[in-house]
Design a protein around this ligand. Structure first.
Ligand code: NDP
Length: 275
């Protein structure tokens, strides 16, 4: 039985990913900090037959990669898949980001996955995979992206390097870039009408994305079905990043706003909404 190490497995996308791997007959070691949430994760996966173990670790700790990889080997005797998913949201723009926040975002979402990859490489068998959970904010600028965008774009760079460097050793590395998905990380932001509206108005879909949408993509990129895919970043966002879609109401608002200022002054309208 193949074995996966999934960070941030106690909540949201990580929890759905752990369930998906278990459903597909893969053993899982779930990593997160809070033992109570990990215990709840075990309960949430109790209906599934594949073996699940957990390790309460801060992925930013110096010894976290060694502990996590040792734990998966101890429980399952092998390591085939790494999913670097642990992360936080609520980014701020550059001018509002202090050094502490910058270091925290880069430490959690770039340095920690880098170090996890380095340790996992020592344990991987043949045909191993890494999936890094990036973000659409790595592909687009993203207002307020700041350190979050920087970390996630770095993670995509790491993804492509890993693919180039270790492909001939049978290790594939890809990333998924979710759009906004309701999870504990985003629930407070989704309470804000403007944030909800931005996502709804720019997504050519009749529903929100779900944690299962992302989990299925991560599983696909970890499974032999994606065997010829390496070094890619797959946006899982209902088309948000690629389509430049606007709902009818957003289009009408845009049409109503744009022409007057242009024709009267001959200059582009001064944007007020970002101030
Ligand atoms: P959640 O807040 O639901 O889950 C985050 C998970 O990461 C929890 O299990 C948390 O557990 C764990 N975690 C956080 N910090 C650490 C740490 N230092 N060490 C170990 N584990 C940690 O978030 P999501 O499921 O929404 O996000 C998962 C990933 O998806 C993140 O990388 C995020 O950036 C990315 N993403 C999410 C999007 C969304 O809209 N939800 C959109 C784009 C990307 P604990 O607190 O106990 O450690």
């Amino acid at each position: 039985m193949r074995a996966a190490l999934i960070t941030g497995a106690s909540s949201g996308i990580g929890l759905a990913t752990a369930r998906t791997f278990l459903q597909n007959g893969c053993a899982v070691l779930g990593v997160a900090r809070d033992p109570a949430k990990l215990a709840a994760m075990k309960d949430a996966c109790a209906d599934l037959d594949s073996p699940l173990a957990t390790a309460a670790l801060d992925v930013m700790a110096d010894n976290a990669p060694e502990c996590a990889v040792a734990s998966v080997l101890e429980h399952f005797g092998r390591l085939d898949h790494l999913v670097n998913n642990a992360g936080i949201g609520s980014p701020k723009p550059v001018h509002e980001t202090d050094d502490e926040t910058l270091d925290y975002f880069l430490g959690l979402m770039l340095r920690a996955p880098f170090r996890m990859c380095r340790e996992a490489l020592k344990a991987f068998g043949n045909e191993a995979t890494v999936v890094n959970v990036s973000s659409t904010y790595s592909i687009l600028g993203g207002l307020r992206g700041g350190a979050y965008s920087a970390a996630k774009a770095g993670l995509d760079g790491l993804t492509r390097h890993m693919a180039a460097q270790y492909g001939t050793s049978g290790v594939r590395c890809n990333s998924v870039a979710p759009g906004v998905i309701p999870t504990p990380m985003t629930e407070h932001r989704l309470e804000v009408e403007g944030f909800r509206r931005m996502n709804y108005d720019m997504t050519p879909a009749a529903r929100m994305g779900t944690v299962e949408d992302v989990a299925q993509a991560i599983w696909f990129l970890s499974s032999p079905q994606s065997g010829w895919i390496n070094g890619q970043t797959l946006a899982v966002d209902g088309g948000w990043t690629t389509t430049k879609f606007l709902t009818e109401s957003a289009l009408e608002a845009e049409r109503a706003l744009a022409p007057t200022d242009w024709t009267h002054s001959g200059k582009p309208p001064k944007r007020k909404d970002n101030e």
